[in-house]
Design a protein around this ligand. Structure first.
Ligand SMILES: NC(=O)c1ccc[n+]([C@@H]2O[C@H](COP(=O)([O-])OP(=O)(O)OC[C@H]3O[C@@H](n4cnc5c(N)ncnc54)[C@H](OP(=O)(O)O)[C@@H]3O)[C@@H](O)[C@H]2O)c1
Length: 254
């Protein structure tokens, strides 16, 4: 067994690793020694993050990748295998959030796009990486879900249902892959301050309401997610699979 925080020799893929929660996860994994491929559409942003983290123990590899495009996902995995070797850790973090509003206004196009980015990309990346983890009898997959996947959000049907789908994928994969040494867990954040969620944390009334009821009365920070991801990839979590780690300042405790 390696020490809890030592990921030297491990290879990780973090989608959306160039900013927000994915960037915080990338930092923790690379600090622990993992070589981390960060993948998303905007190469400038990925390169800036790779430069910022250049002094960390693990290397950072930026790879341009639209997670809704199967050929991009194949290229991502091939590039990672060529540069670093097969992935030991997969963090499905990239997501989109279109089609907010009444369910009656949701179109087929909105539904397809949300499923493509938030669900199919995770399934496709799992198929491309997990078989090699199974060969090594060791691997960790983390799906970044949301508390919106645990309870309904009126006006947020597509986001809630894709995140709920990701949670059920997590549990199903955990059951299927456990014997092969591959653990699968989800992290379900509450409101965390990133570009993605600015609609909520820039809304004074929304934040006031949150502060009035949430046991830890503030918006979360990305660093408060990174440590959980590090734990889930580490040997400290060797008996943990199929779980949803809720990090929400107690929002769902109420
Ligand atoms: N912030 C919150 O309050 C909160 C709460 C619960 C769950 N989450 C979840 O946390 C995860 C990260 O979100 P965040 O808050 O950190 O937001 P963020 O800072 O806006 O990051 C979103 C990431 O997804 C990537 N992305 C979006 N569409 C993509 C595509 N088609 N292909 C590849 N990458 C794509 C973006 O990169 P590019 O633009 O370069 O493609 C970006 O790196 C998401 O799964 C989100 O649902 C966030």
């Amino acid at each position: 067994m390696t020490s809890a925080t030592n990921l030297e020799g491990k290879v990780a893929i973090v989608t959306g690793g160039g900013r927000g929660i994915g960037k915080a996860i990338t930092q923790r994994l690379a600090e622990a020694g993992a070589n981390v491929a960060i993948a998303s559409r905007k190469m400038d942003n990925l390169k800036a993050t790779a430069e910022e983290f250049a002094s960390l123990k693990g290397k950072i590899l930026p790879v341009e990748c639209h997670v809704g495009k199967p050929d991009h996902l194949e290229n991502l995995v091939q590039t990672v295998e060529k540069e670093f070797g097969p992935a030991d850790i997969l963090v499905n973090n990239s997501a989109t959030n279109i089609g907010q509003g009444p369910s009656l206004d949701v179109t087929d196009e909105m539904l397809d796009k949300m499923v493509e980015i938030n669900i199919k990309a995770a399934l496709r990346l799992m198929r491309l990486t997990v078989p090699k983890m199974m060969e090594k009898k060791n691997g960790s997959v983390i799906n970044i879900a949301s508390i919106a996947g645990l309870r309904p959000q009126p006006g947020g049907l597509l986001y809630s249902f894709t995140k709920a789908g990701l949670i059920m994928m997590t549990r199903t994969w955990a059951c299927e892959f456990g014997k092969s040494g591959v653990r699968v867990n989800a992290i379900a954040p509450g409101l965390i301050q990133t570009d993605f969620s600015e609609f909520f944390w820039k809304n004074e009334a929304h934040v006031k309401k949150l502060e009035a009821v949430q046991p830890i009365p503030r918006v979360g920070k990305v660093e408060e997610i990174g440590g959980a991801a590090l734990y889930l990839t580490s040997d400290d979590a060797s008996f943990v699979t199929g779980q949803v780690f809720v990090i929400d300042g107690g929002a769902t405790a109420m």
